[in-house]
Every structure is written in C-alpha cells, then in structure tokens.
Design a protein around this ligand. Sequence first.
Ligand code: GLN
Length: 232
Amino acid sequence: QEGSSGSDAETLVPGTAPGFAPFEFKEGGELTGFDIDLLAAVAEEAGYELAEWSELDFETLIPSLTEGDIDIIAAGMTITDERSQQIAFSDPYFESNQSVLVREGGSFQPESEDDLSGNRVGAQSGTTGEGEVERMIEEGTLSGENFRQFENYPLAVDALESGDVDAVVADVPVAENFAASRDVEIAFTIQTNENFGFGMRQDDDRIEDINEGLSAVQESGTYDELVSEYFG
Ligand code: GLN
C-alpha cells in the first residue's frame, strides 16, 4: 500500500495547515487547535500513534497525502465531490458555512454578494471560500481581476486590514475568530452547508478505524468537550 509500506502500520503521519484558528494554529510556537486535539483523541481510540505533525500550506495537503508524505489530513477540510475524486474522507465531524469579512467599522459594509461587485475580494488558495469567489466570478457578480489569492488566511486578513483587498471569504468559525482578534468584522454569511472530514488515501483501509475512533470520541463526550474548549 503506497505511502505506508515500510512504515509502522500503527503510526499515522498527520498533516495540517496552521493559520486557521480555532481549528489549527500556533500558540507559543506549539501547534494546537480543535482539529489537532480531535485527531489525537480519535487516533488514541483507534489504537494508532500520531507521528509529528507536518505543517503545510493548505493547497499542498492533498498532493502531500497522495504522494505518501503524510497519511491523514486534519485541516478543516470540506468534503467535496471534486476532492473525493482524489482522496477519501472520514465521516463528517463539523459543519460550516462561509462568511464575508470586511474592515471593522469601515465604509464598505456589503449586505449581499451583489454589493461585492467592483470590489477586491480575497481567499486562501485551494479552499471552498475561493470556490465561492470563483462562483461569483462565473455568475458575473465579480470580475476575475478583482480576485486575490493568498497562501493562508492570516495573509488575506493582513491585506484586508491594510486595504489591499476589500473583503475576504472564509469559513464562519475562522472568520469569527479573526473578527475577535483583528480589525475585521463579518459583513454577511453565505450558506454553503459544508462538512469537514479527515482526508486519507483512497486505498488506505485504516480510515475505517478512524471512523470508529471518531464515533467513540463523539459518544464519550470528548468531542463536546473540545467543542466547548475551542468554540465555547
Ligand atoms: N473548509 C475550507 C475548505 O475546505 C477551508 C479549509 C482551510 O482553509 N483550512 O476549503
């Protein structure tokens, strides 16, 4: 089995993309967050050791997984049909929508997608938030030249604060976190009904153990404890 052959079958190499608080972020140099703690609990229930986390740009997570550099993605990654052609997803573990962030107290206060027209909009490369911007471009609401891609969301929020973009599209819980910690606020939300899952290679049967571990963590109350710790 590609990627795990030769390595200890009981050890999984996890990969994530920090800068997506409260799911995964650095605190005092340490990687932490809901996904990090959740996968640790799930792996323990499933009887796997987690190797050291690989910290990558979001866009490189799927190629790193399929090439065997990592064994499992925990990165607030939405289960989509497009991604499901390349990788397998665990059962869903979190539901999200997208939010549009703008400068806090600024003069630009869009109330709907139509109000974004003529403004510069950013998102993190390879995300479903970027997909929403692409949809608006296709629908003619936004012009493609006003779209800015960023390697990660903190850079997108820097650009928003400094006026290089006028809006950023990001997952609701992450947008709420930026709204609480930076000079930005949520203008409105786009109902996308996304579900996050852990990603694994399509030929990796260990995903069944991960799903069992996830159910156990949900039933034991550990899942709810993590929700109140990170979203409470
Ligand atoms: N949920 C979004 C996606 O899957 C964003 C994930 C992220 O930026 N870490 O594209």
